[in-house]
Design a protein around this ligand. Structure first.
Ligand code: C2E
Ligand code: CA
Ligand code: CA
Length: 734
């Protein structure tokens, strides 16, 4: 099957599809970028939150350490600046008081775990740890930095608060230690310098206390570690000599990290959803694009297909030929193009209706499809026009052979529905050798060749010939001039006498159209009538001739008048009406008119011809078969058509004197017509011999140069006048 062409192209739909995809892709990229930006911002926020929190933790830890030391300092101040203490600590009898109020208070006290009293010589007066007397000397238990505190408390610039606190390493660990002069609450002291006594409190920073600090100040994982321990989150504890004793470390809560960890999945989910939304959009867009594309392809295929026949249409053919031409250039082949016009399709349509016409087109399409070579494209390019294009190694021969097969196929009667119809075809052939001729020109040539085939007569094939182009131009100019001539009423009529075979007396005239083309001289109707037929001018020309002939004939009551009717007119269903109209207008008796038609048309369309003839005869006009014997000579049809007369063609008459076979044929033809009771006219009589012979054969009417050439109406008038005068003379003589 010659598939309808599929072609790829970047249609607007496809472009739209690509744009949609591109836009969606951009959105997807934007979503990704936004995701990254949002996550980066969140990370930044979380980092800041972490830094802020760590800062706070550090400050809190510093505060905790300070408070730890300050609490000890406050407690120490309470116990040292105490009137009772000033009275007892310096008194030899006050030892019991000292032990019970200082030493034994160190048990289970949250405020201090060691209480020591020393004198100015650093000699231990009393030393208690956790409520028990200390076994070891105080100097061994504390690091020497203790004495720096003592020095500070004793310093003259200590003023009214001879106290000092700080952290000191002990054998038990690290402790907040305070040294304070024991004195009266008011600060007064009766004891002279050098005999002063000092109260030392120590409060160890043990694990339990560190933990309690952590709980109080909400410092997660607060721990005391050696000085060497390195951590990003630490606060150093240094002694009065600025020696680092240890570090308090904690675990960063990284609230930013926590928040980030909480928010991140949500952000990712949200943006993921947005992304998903775009993916869905993309998919929908893509699917819509695909559907659009599919629809477009179908629409394009539809646009290239002829609905009735299912074949390619003119556009489809154009694409195929373009493709073939391009291919031919590469493969060094030839593109052959056949243009085919059905003869007689219009008649089938007119007489049987469009349904039958459509069926005929389908039948022809199916038949052609079988005949065409593989790879060929078959197209229907007009009402009854087909085209076949194909690539071939061969030259015209391939196309001629195909054309012959097609003509053979179409010569056979076709069964269409319950009817049998006969159509023919005129085929024009053009070739693009090696793809050297582009589509437009190739199509023009095939079309021109087809017109030539049509002009030459039906059921023909014609190869394009460059001479046709000049013919065409000449023809176009002629057509233009003819149109003008008809419009301006420049056509005239000549009248040729028809005489009685026995008396040679004129009993009628045949009207013959004449055209004196300006600048060219007289043009034969044999040239311009076919042009009028193919260009649609025949109707107005025919109408003019008929009216003019009828008008003129009114002045010749003794004559009958014959008018030629071309197939183009006869085919028109309105023809009868316009004959009736002219008759009415001119008030000419219908019986005086003979319409001459040629046989070519009837053969193609017997049924329709019979109907038309019947209708015309019902008007009262006579119908004659013209040019009998020149073409198909289908005498068998004669009777059924009911012709009133037949006219033997001039070509049969010419040779009857020299050629006996020709004479016999003519004799037989006339005899047959006579047998059917149809009167016969012989035309083209140029000699007396011919006139005699044809009368003998049985013709009752004769026409030809021997009796008179086509002449003007005035001339006919003269002839009639002469005849009347001759009659008068004869009557007078008689
Ligand atoms: P036709 O109908 O066969 O007309 C007869 C043609 O033979 C005329 O040629 C006429 O001049 C020519 N003729 C007549 N006697 C002789 C003769 O003895 N010897 C020779 N050699 N020729 C003779 P014409 O006028 O050139 O017309 C040619 C054809 O043009 C006509 O053939 C007819 O078919 C067509 N035609 C002429 N006028 C009209 C018209 O008004 N309408 C239509 N449709 N066709 C017309
Ligand atoms: Ca005629
Ligand atoms: Ca004739």
């Amino acid at each position: 099957m010659p598939a309808v062409l599929k072609s790829k192209s970047n249609g607007s739909g496809l472009g739209r599809h690509t744009t949609v995809t591109a836009v969606l892709f951009c959105f997807a990229v934007i979503v990704a970028v936004v995701t990254i930006m949002v996550l980066t911002a969140l990370e930044r926020v979380s980092e800041n939150a972490n830094v802020l929190d760590d800062e706070r933790s550090r400050e809190t830890t510093v505060g905790a350490v300070k408070t730890f030391e300050d609490q000890l300092a406050a407690t120490l101040d309470d116990y040292a600046a105490w009137d009772d203490a000033a009275a007892n600590v310096y008194s030899p009898a006050g030892m019991a008081w000292t032990i019970s109020n200082y030493g034994e208070m160190s048990v289970n006290s949250p405020l201090f775990d060691m209480a020591i009293v020393i004198d100015d010589e650093k000699k231990t007066i009393m030393a208690y740890q956790d409520g028990q007397p200390m076994p070891k000397p105080v100097g061994d238990f504390f690091a020497p930095s203790l004495w720096l505190l003592l020095d500070k408390a004793r310093a003259p610039d200590a003023g009214d608060k001879p106290e000092a606190t700080g952290f000191v390493r002990t054998q038990k660990g690290i402790a907040a230690v305070g040294v304070a002069l024991v004195r009266e609450k008011s600060g007064g002291l009766t004891v002279p310098a050098g005999q002063h006594r000092y109260l030392i409190f120590a409060r160890h920073l043990d694990d339990a206390k560190v933990e309690a600090l952590g709980d109080t100040y909400v410092l997660h994982g607060l721990r005391l570690v050696p000085a060497e321990f390195s951590s990003a989150y630490s606060v150093e504890i240094a002694d009065p000599a600025r020696t680092v004793l240890g570090k308090l470390i904690w675990v960063s809560r990284s609230p930013g990290d926590i928040g980030y960890a909480q928010v991140r999945p949500m952000v990712i989910q949200a943006l993921g959803l947005v992304g998903l939304f775009f993916v869905v959009l993309l998919i929908i867009g893509w699917m819509a694009g695909r559907r659009l594309k599919a629809e477009e392809i179908t629409a394009r295929e539809e646009a290239l297909r002829d609905r009735l026949s299912g074949l390619s249409n003119r556009d489809g053919l154009g694409l195929a030929v373009d493709r073939f031409v391009a291919q031919a250039q590469q493969t060094k082949q030839n593109v052959l193009l056949l243009y085919l016009d059905l003869d007689g399709f219009k008649e089938v349509n007119d007489s049987y209706g469009h349904g039958t016409g459509d069926q005929l087109i389908r039948a022809v399409a199916a038949g052609l499809d079988v005949l065409i070579p593989e790879g060929a494209v078959l197209a229907r390019i007009g009402g009854d026009e087909f085209a076949i294009a194909f690539l071939s190694e061969a030259e015209h021969a391939a196309a001629l052979q195909l054309a012959e097969q097609i003509l053979d196929f179409l010569a056979e009667p076709l069964e269409v529905g319950r009817r049998i119809v006969v159509v023919g075809a005129s085929i024009g052939i053009a070739m693009s050798a090696l793809g050297s001729i582009a589509r437009e020109e190739l199509v023009r040539r095939a079309d021109l060749a087809m017109y030539k085939a049509k002009e030459a007569g039906r059921a023909r094939m014609t190869l394009y010939d460059p001479a046709m182009d000049t013919d065409r131009e000449t023809r176009n100019a002629l057509e233009l001039d003819l149109r003008m001539a008809i419009e301006n009423g420049d056509l005239t009529l000549a009248y040729q006498p028809l005489v009685d075979a026995a008396t040679h007396e004129m009993h009628g005239v045949e009207a013959l159209v004449r055209w004196n083309r300006p600048g060219h001289g007289p043009v034969s109707p044999e040239i311009f009538i076919p042009i009028a037929e193919t260009s649609g001018l025949i109707e107005s020309l025919g109408l003019f001739v008929l009216r003019k002939a009828c008008e003129t004939a009114k002045q010749w009551p003794e004559l009958k008048i014959s008018v030629n009717v071309s197939p183009g007119q006869f085919r028109n269903p309105a023809f009868t009406d316009y004959v009736r109209y002219v008759l009415k207008q001119t008030e000419l008796e219908a019986s005086r008119i003979t319409l001459e038609i040629t046989e070519g048309y009837m053969i193609q369309n017997p049924q329709r011809t019979r109907q038309s003839i019947e209708r015309l005869k019902s008007l009262g006009v006579k119908v004659a078969l013209d040019d009998f014997g020149s073409g198909f000579s289908s005498i068998g049809y004669l009777r059924q058509f009911g012709f009133d007369r037949i006219k033997i063609d001039r070509s049969l008459v010419t040779d009857i004197i020299g050629n006996s076979r020709q004479r016999e044929m003519l004799q037989a033809t006339v005899a047959l017509a006579r047998a059917l009771d149809i009167p016969v006219t012989a035309e083209g009589i140029e000699t007396e011999e011919q006139a005699v012979a044809l009368r003998l054969f049985g013709c009752d009417s004769l026409q030809g140069y021997f009796f008179g050439k086509p002449m003007s109406a005035d001339h006919i008038n003269d002839l009639l006048q002469e005849r009347r005068e001759a009659r008068v003379l004869r009557r007078i003589a008689g």
